[in-house]
Design a protein. Sequence first.
Length: 455
Amino acid sequence: MSRKFQAIAVSFVIGLSGATQGSAQTLTDALVEAYKSSQLLEQNRALLRTVDEDVALTVSRLRPVLDYIASYTWSENQNFENNNTGLGLRAEWLLFDSGRTRLDIEASKEIVLATREALRGIEQDVLQSGVQAFLQVRLALDTVDLRRNNVRVIAEQLRAAQDRFEVGEGTSTDVAQAEARLAEANSNLSLALGNLEAAREFYRAVTGAFPGNVANPPAPPQIPASVEEAASIGVAGHPAILEAQRRVRAAELNAESAQRGILPTLNLDARVTRNWRDDGDDSTDSSVGLTLRGPIYQGGAISARYRQTLAQTESARASLNQAVLNIRQQVGTEWANVQVARAVILASAQGVEANEIAFEGVQEQQRVGERTTLDVLDAEQELLDARTTLVSADIQAVQSVYDLLRSMGLLTVDYLGLPVPTYDPSLYYNAVKNAPATSTQGARLDRVLESIGRQ
């Protein structure tokens, strides 16, 4: 390689730098921004609010229903025309339905609690993405630094090979080998810079903004002393398991409600109507009555509905059992990943130390003519590989701890102590659970909705 081409290559490397300008950002910053900017969380919070309204809809079935009725009738009989106008009110109230609506209300409440657990699971997914985004940027930055240093070292080897060739102590083969390695190093640096840009894009997608200078990750949270303890925590409190438990209870309540479908219902019906006629025979009609109704034969629909809810209950229980198995498996897998990452760090650190000593030794042997340029280039490549493995292992060790926390159900804002206002799902639920229409409860609901919109 000519000195002119070498200078161009070095300038190219310098021109690709500067991808991490800005103030340093910590892992906590990334997690906070991921939580605050997540549209996935917003989507599922809205979904939870729709489920909250299911409770209100079911509660409303126990309330009286009041309708107005307006009518106009025109009729003709021989040479006479009649115009009749009526205006009335009709009230209907379910007094007794064998407890089915009460069961349906309790089932709706269980679904609300299940959906809250699902939202907590989404929160874990969002925070895990925040951890991944931060660590990917940090790994990409470290890799770029290693690749840039690799280019610098090989460029120095190339200059030394050219100098030796010019004074007759080296060969053109040494120069060509160094040129080839420098071209490869520049290619790898370009790839590393591309990976950095991809990591920055992922970071923006997760947090809403590009990262500045990303700080080194802090020491990860403490984990249990054994995989059995970790699994016990996961089984006892993972959102997926708690959600499944709530859905089992809801299915059981639905089955009990369906079983009572054969029992009677009692309704109060009241009407008052004012009629105006052309012939002046105006009248006011009113009535109050009780209606007791029960099924005799409905083509097998009641029994089919009950069998259907029993099958849904069995399905919910099977889902709960499967959720427990899945969590135990995930905890075991992530626990193993943590141990592997820690072992790789120890081995990689030893490898880096050994390769540093070997590289320095090969350089000294080259100076006295005992080693070739290719030997130095090979030793430098082995050192680079060892350092790259160590950097990757460091990042993976941190990632694996947070993955383990997620498998245990602990990757939440509260457990991590993140400095961010958390979403309280009970605010909206408490405002709508009694099916408010207007007045004080309606005003309170408006304030809750406005507060949610500002978060």
